[in-house]
Design a protein around this ligand. Structure first.
Ligand code: AMP
Length: 283
């Protein structure tokens, strides 16, 4: 049975633990998470182990990236099973600050994100989101000083925002994107999938189906506008409230008119009942 990872809950404890990890010139990989860990998170951990000699996983449900009407209070918290999974994955250290440690009284700073953070995708529907993400990830990078950090392509725009932020602030962290891990029926794994009723869970994989079909049609030369309109209609007909279904340049996230403007990424966000799902796929 592997050893349970060390857990740090205060900054002095974190710094002590990191100091001992870094002895003998070890390199450190950081995997930031909000817990409720699933195989998608574990894929980041496995990549982390390949990229560095020591792996730190942070578990922090970040209030700064939730709007008041969003699910901060009810976000799934599954500490025991998270630790069991991280033990099995042989993670070295878990950084689990509480809100008061991350945002002590008087905290008054927030990063202003532009570029990929204003591409008109998630930012249109969650205007508070990337400022909150960039601020907490900037803090996590400063606290942990990792050599590399792993983020999922599941949150595609977030990956671009964090990559930009780390470069812009000279944080010296190499940000690495990891492909989306899916359930067998194609649904992208997400901590929020537990919110889905049996009926919603049965419909949810169609988001991936629609994107796969659209990507195939685009590769076959079908007109982009028609393909995207067909996809949006199919998603709506299945009972989703669509926020967006867009074709964007995979690197800049700029809108594109044809796949010749590519590389292209299709990105979708839609609500089923009260649960908001996001997904994306390369063309
Ligand atoms: P979260 O705990 O949801 O904030 O996610 C933490 C990290 O795991 C983020 O970098 C996510 O993009 C990544 N992640 C979440 N779900 C998946 C998935 N299905 N496949 C790959 N990465 C994921």
């Amino acid at each position: 049975m592997p050893r349970t990872p060390a857990v740090a809950r205060t900054l002095p404890a974190l710094h002590r633990a990191l100091e001992s990890l870094r002895a003998r010139r070890a390199t450190v990989a950081l995997v930031p998470t909000m817990g409720a860990l699933h195989d998608g998170h574990l894929a980041l951990v496995h990549q982390a182990k390949r990229r560095a000699s020591k792996v730190v996983v942070s578990i922090f449900v970040n209030p700064a990236q939730f709007a008041p009407h969003e699910d901060f209070g009810s976000y799934p918290r599954t500490w025991k099973s998270d630790i069991a999974r991280l033990t099995e994955a042989r993670v070295d250290l878990v950084w689990n600050p509480d809100v008061g440690t991350m945002y002590p009284p008087g905290f008054a700073t927030r990063l202003l994100t532009e570029g990929p953070a204003t591409a008109g995708l998630e930012d249109r529907f969650r205007p508070h989101f990337f400022g909150g993400v960039a601020t907490v990830v900037g803090k996590l990078f400063t606290q942990c000083r990792p050599n590399v950090a792993l983020f999922g392509q599941k949150d595609y725009q977030q990956l671009k925002v964090v990559t930009r932020m780390a470069a812009d602030l000279d944080l010296g962290v190499k940000v690495i994107g990891v492909p989306i891990v899916r359930e067998r029926d194609g649904l992208a794994m997400s901590s929020r999938n537990v919110y889905l009723s049996v009926e919603q869970r049965a419909v949810a994989p169609m988001l991936h189906g629609v994107m796969k079909n659209a990507a195939k049609r685009l590769r076959n030369g079908d007109d982009l506008e028609t393909v995207m309109a067909d996809g949006a209609r199919t998603i709506g007909d299945a009972g989703f409230a669509l926020d967006y279904f867009e074709a964007r340049h995979a690197e800049t996230l700029a809108p594109i008119r044809s796949i010749k403007d590519g590389p292209v990424r299709l990105l979708v966000a839609a609500k089923i009942g009260t649960t908001r799902l996001i997904d994306n796929i390369g063309v």
